[in-house]
Design a protein around this ligand. Structure first.
Ligand code: B1M
Length: 222
């Protein structure tokens, strides 16, 4: 991995948003995720490499420390903030899809769950892959998904969950969507999910990553 990508991964992991950010104190005055990702883009580094080798790597590193109680929620929030600043530079590349949409994709993080970084990545990749995206945000009740499907009858739906305590809310969400609109394709994803769980709750597809969701729905709508 190039030195620049390593620097970006460190900024994400340490929650260094930009040069003006005083946090973390030992990186005061240094460039942050904001400036370094812009630099990487300007230097022509592939957006996919910046995403996979720097952004996701940095989040993965802080995730491991969070699991091991070596860092705490405020540290993770700063990491998430630097991730958002970085993603702002990549979004135009992922969103510059075709003029004509393949279809509509309704996405949200399920009820009780506030994690949105993975969900935002899926939204970006789907948009770049030619879908019009309706992003319902986080902590989305099943009824809100149903309303969105009623408003967009040809849409397919993506559900994201990061917690073992909220992935169970996917089951009622899938059930309510299918009750209203049996033909609507529902894809589920998120770190704690498995194919077995997706099968059990009646989802049409499971993908561990955004590309898998795009590939499945592209073939499902064509
Ligand atoms: Co929380 N958190 N968190 N967290 N957090 C996890 C998920 C956790 C694994 C950390 C840990 O303890 N090891 C753990 C869950 C344990 C479990 O249930 N198994 C956890 C916990 C416990 C909590 C709280 C309960 C902590 C607390 O308050 N005590 C709390 C819950 C709040 C709530 O939701 N109600 C909480 C809060 C937070 C923050 C707010 C601080 C912050 C979220 C900020 C934000 O999202 N804006 C946060 C974060 C950042 C994390 C970790 C560190 C990173 C998650 C992330 O963004 N990863 C995470 C630990 C970890 O993952 N290692 C952790 C990067 C992102 C790119 O990956 O979201 O997995 P991910 O998305 C991937 C794939 O999963 C997939 O594509 C993405 C790109 O590859 N994907 C899909 C996702 N959705 C998809 C949908 C698809 C297809 C693919 O189709 C539709």
């Amino acid at each position: 991995m190039s030195e620049l990508l390593e620097q970006i991964a460190t900024c994400i992991e340490r929650g260094k948003v930009n040069a003006n950010s005083p946090y973390p104190p030992d990186m005061k005055g240094q460039e942050g995720a904001d400036e370094l990702v812009k630099k990487a883009v300007d230097e022509g580094v592939a957006p996919e490499d910046i995403l996979n080798e720097a952004l996701i790597k940095g989040m993965g590193a802080i995730g491991k420390k969070f699991s091991a109680n070596q860092v705490f929620v405020p540290d993770v929030l700063m990491a998430a903030k630097s991730m958002q600043a970085a993603m702002a530079h990549l979004r135009p590349f992922f969103e510059s899809g075709q003029a004509k949409h393949k279809g509509t994709f309704v996405i949200g993080t399920v009820q009780g769950d506030l994690h949105d970084i993975g969900k935002n990545l899926v939204a970006m990749v789907m948009e770049g892959g030619g879908f019009k995206v309706v992003d319902l945000g986080v902590d989305v009740a099943p009824e809100k998904f149903v309303e969105a499907v009623k408003a967009n009858p040809d849409a397919c739906v993506g559900l994201s969950a990061l917690l073992t305590t909220t992935m169970v809310n996917m089951e009622k969400t899938v059930a309510q969507i299918k009750e209203t609109s049996p033909d609507t394709k529902v894809v589920v994803g998120g770190a704690p999910l498995t194919q077995e769980f997706a099968d059990k709750i009646g989802a049409d597809s499971y993908s561990p990553d955004p590309q898998g969701a795009l590939d499945y729905l592209t073939s499902a709508v064509s």
